[in-house]
Structure formats: C-alpha cells, structure tokens
Design a protein around this ligand. Structure first.
Ligand SMILES: [Zn+2]
Length: 161
C-alpha cells in the first residue's frame, strides 16, 4: 500500500534546523496523520505521497512549505495590564488571543519591560528551514469516522466535546 489521500500513515522522524539542532523527534511510530487532510505541513505531506511502508527519505522543506516566513507585523507591544495580574509574565510563555479579524492566535512572550510586554504571533518555527529524516512505519485505510473528522483516531475510545 502506498501513501495516498484518505490513508492513515504512521512515521518515525527526526526534524532538524540548518544548524543540526534537533527540533522534534518521534522514533517509536506513534506519530500518525491522515494523508490529504492538512494534518501536517504541506511540504512534508507532498514529499510522503506515493511512499510505501519501510521507505526512508530525507527532505528539506523551506519555510513557505512549512510554517511560513516570519512576519515582523505579528510582533507587537501590549500593556502589561492586558495580562492576568496574578501571574508573572516571562519570555517564552504562550497565550491564546484573537487577531483583529477574529482568528484564534497563539502568541509567545518575547520580552517584558516595566509596563510593556512584547508578544510574537509568529509560529515558533516560522522562517525555519525544516530538515526531516523520515521512515514510513505503517499505512492503513482511514475509517469512515476518521474521514468525517479529518484526523486520526487512536486505539482508545474517542470523544469530542
Ligand atoms: Zn475525531
């Protein structure tokens, strides 16, 4: 069986940046995704299409096929009082917020000055070249329920809120 739309694929992978730092790794085959459902970044999904179980590949994915370029327009300073007073605000913390057009957005605190917090709405991997070493572990047809939901269901009973 080959990787194609509407199939569930499990892979082992190592993801590195251009300086050979490991960004992410999953080597036990527990990472699964539904092919063709945009569960993973477009560059990786394209590279995996047509592969079979046991195949290995190395692929280098530019930001535009990954998490996008960094956009300095998504970095902004907001008053400290917009954050919960009971928490210390520190660089690296992440908050959910809404963009002006109503989209849910995750922002990362980049800098904290006296009354001003600089937040960055870019994905942490925006602007990063993504170098994947991938081994295809397993491929199976998705269930009707998985196709309806657009994601993989694990071996355990699955509920949605
Ligand atoms: Zn579901």
């Amino acid at each position: 069986m080959q990787i194609a739309n509407n199939r569930v694929v499990s892979i082992a992978y190592t993801l590195k940046d251009n300086d050979d730092n490991i960004i992410d790794q999953s080597d036990d085959g527990s990472f699964c995704y539904l092919h063709g459902a945009s569960n993973i970044i477009p560059g990786l999904e394209d590279a995996l299409a047509g592969k079979a179980a046991g195949d290995e590949l190395s692929v280098s994915i530019p930001p535009e096929q990954g998490y996008g370029e960094r956009d300095t327009g998504r970095i902004q300073s907001v008053p400290r009082e917009m954050f919960p007073a009971e928490h210390d605000i520190e660089p690296g913390m992440q908050f959910h917020t809404q963009s002006p057009d109503g989209q849910m957005l995750v922002v990362t605190v980049a800098k904290v000055e006296d009354d001003l917090v600089t937040v960055d709405g870019n994905h942490p991997l925006a602007g990063v070249q993504l170098n994947f070493d991938v081994k295809i572990m397993d491929i199976r047809e998705a269930t009707a329920e998985e196709l309806e939901h657009g994601h993989v269901h694990g071996p355990h009973e699955h509920h949605h809120d």
